[in-house]
Design a protein around this ligand. Structure first.
Ligand SMILES: [Zn+2]
Length: 399
């Protein structure tokens, strides 16, 4: 296999300190920056990382890409929470909402999520793919190399399966990116259907077909006031686990339902949002492997108070940062912008922010043994930044 060498990077950020601490209680030095660094890889795995001056003789024969001390190398960014697959635009609703119409008024007129559900159901798989691939490539340009993508705008068996198939097509179309697919049938209650009937459909029809056709790795449920209850969430996720799927929860966003606690109890890979997490929820996550997936772009977009990140981090919770890209509450694929919001509004230090889009994001997707750090044996998955320090990524707001 062909070997590649990158040398004289201003810094190679290996993230080794973060890996050693499993993403908890991080201090800035845990990014493990190697000044004047080099990295050696083949097309599959990282073979060697260290100082350029210590490059082993056998790799000196390979023509190196010399970065002249001007560019830094870090693990490929991981956006661990997106709703990438949907059709339709809600730009007109956004403008009305900003002018004072409430979300509830728009929803009562059949707008909001129902606008997206209608458009997604009507779209062909080809149309959904065309939209999704453009979005994935925007994420790529922001340094994202692994992206989690949820279904959840079909809200019936056939349309949810269609959206998951789009993600399968993305995997083949962009092999430079890793796509992790999540079934979020329980995103909302479908229009004109009883919740109990829909839950039965998810458990007895959709989840078994997903398993049979290997269409998703994760199952996610929106547990919140007016959506799926704690009990509903537990039932759906236990059914998914029984089939071998991993789990996630949209937790404690609009109200507190102790769904972070449920996520820890079910050993979910992540509990996401957490704007209204309780102290009990924080204590449960601190003891668990469940990662807190924080989505500051959504709080910003909805003008809500940010998740209590500092409190979680100081309690020893592992925190990932993601875009939550979706048509209603965060129409952005700019992960570095989310890093900026995390620094400004969630008081996260540089290693916490770094881990949020690398190691901890990988852990929330069950990929921490191969992604999110630059160590021998990890995937050859890194970005050469156009900057000499990774902090430039989030110092530049929304670039
Ligand atoms: Zn979401």
């Amino acid at each position: 296999m062909a070997i590649s060498v990158f040398s004289h990077a201003s810094f190679v950020y290996t993230g080794e300190g973060i890996v050693n601490k499993e993403g908890r209680m991080l201090v800035p030095d845990d990014v493990s920056a190697i000044a004047d660094g080099a990295i050696v890889c083949d097309s599959d795995k990282i073979l060697w990382v260290g100082k350029t001056s210590e490059l082993p003789a056998k790799y000196k024969k390979v023509k190196a890409m010399k970065l002249k001390g001007k560019r830094a190398i870090m693990p490929g960014l991981i956006d661990s929470h997106t709703h990438l697959v949907f059709a339709g635009s809600r730009a007109h609703e956004f403008a009305r909402r900003c002018a004072g119409t409430t979300y509830q008024e728009i929803a009562n007129e059949g707008g909001g999520i129902l606008t997206t559900v209608k458009a997604t159901r009507e779209a062909s798989i080809e149309q959904l793919f065309e939209l999704a691939i453009k979005r994935a490539l925007i994420a790529y340009r922001h340094g994202v190399r692994t992206i989690e993508c949820k279904s959840g705008y079909g809200l019936d068996h056939e349309s949810e399966i269609k959206c998951l198939k789009v993600i399968e097509h993305l995997k083949k179309a962009i092999p430079q990116m890793t796509f992790v697919s999540t079934y979020l049938g329980a995103h909302a209650i479908p229009p004109n259907v009883k919740k109990a009937k829909y839950i039965d459909e998810m458990i007895h029809q959709t989840l078994p077909e997903i398993k049979k056709k290997n269409l998703a790795e994760f199952c996610d449920v929106f547990v919140d006031e007016g959506y799926y209850s704690h009990q509903d969430g537990e039932r759906i996720l236990r059914a998914a686990k029984k089939l071998g799927l991993k789990t996630k929860i949209h937790a404690d966003e609009m109200g507190n339902t102790e769904s972070a606690h449920l996520a820890a109890k079910l050993e979910a890979h992540s509990a996401d949002h957490l704007l209204k997490i309780s102290n009990k929820g924080i204590a449960a996550l601190a003891k668990a492997d469940t990662v807190a997936g924080l989505l500051p772009g959504t709080a910003f977009y909805l003008k809500e108070a940010y998740a209590p990140a500092r409190k979680m981090l100081d309690a020893g919770v592992r925190v990932a940062i993601a875009t939550d890209f979706n048509p209603g509450s965060c129409y952005s694929l700019n992960l570095p912008l989310m890093m900026n919001l995390s620094a400004l509004h969630m008081q996260m230090n540089s290693a916490e922010i770094f881990a949020g889009v690398t190691y901890s994001a990988a852990a929330s997707l069950g990929r921490e043994a191969t992604k999110g750090a630059l160590l021998p044996g990890f995937d050859s998955d890194f970005v050469v930044l156009p900057y000499d320090r990774f902090e430039e990524m989030y110092y530049r707001m929304g670039w």
